[in-house]
Design a binder for this molecule. Structure first.
Ligand SMILES: Cc1cc2nc3c(=O)[nH]c(=O)nc-3n(C[C@H](O)[C@H](O)[C@H](O)COP(=O)(O)O)c2cc1C
Length: 153
């Protein structure tokens, strides 16, 4: 069975994750950031924390990642980087014997540097990166974008 794990502030990454879960018949786990990221202040602090590569306290259902066939790990792009919540997740989990697909959602730029940063950290923790993609969401059809992205695996 595959597993989708994601953080989402405004539901774009959540919708993409739900779409992957549907298409892969996979289990879905959402990571919650204990720090409030709502409103203008949440946005500003989020950007600042991401630029600094900061981590944060998170809440999620803990599982043994190596029990799944493929782990899909998704984040929004924040200032061309992964979110603090995803950095924290990578930091506190064991990726030995895992195969990982990383993905990011964004307005329009920074997806490549975001997934590269995730991939470097996951590889350093023993994970194998199978595929990565980033999706620019501008009212596009998420189901179609996800289905196209998964075709390239
Ligand atoms: C703090 C912050 C920084 C962002 N920086 C970028 C960026 O560098 N490039 C980009 O294309 N979008 C950026 N965005 C937009 C989000 O990446 C985009 O809306 C994403 O799909 C949101 O995902 P979510 O709804 O799952 O939170 C940023 C959003 C926030 C809150």
């Amino acid at each position: 069975m595959d597993l989708i794990i994601y953080y989402s502030r405004t539901e774009n990454t959540k919708k993409v994750s739900e779409s992957i879960a549907k298409q892969k018949n996979a289990k879905l786990i959402e990571i919650k950031d204990k720090k409030s990221r709502s409103g203008v202040l949440g946005y500003a602090m989020g950007a600042l924390d991401s630029v600094r590569g900061k981590k944060t306290d998170i809440i999620y259902e803990k599982v043994n990642l190596s029990e799944y066939d493929t782990i899909y790990l998704g984040t929004p792009v924040w200032a061309s980087k992964p979110t603090p919540a995803i950095l924290q997740f990578i930091d506190e989990n064991d990726f030995n014997n895992t195969t990982v697909v990383t993905f990011a959602t964004m307005m329009g730029s920074g997806g490549e540097s975001t997934v590269k940063s995730m991939n470097d950290k996951i590889k350093a923790k023993g994970g194998l990166i199978k595929h990565s993609f980033s999706l620019a969401l501008k009212g596009n059809d998420i189901e179609q974008l996800v289905s196209d992205a998964l075709k390239n695996e």
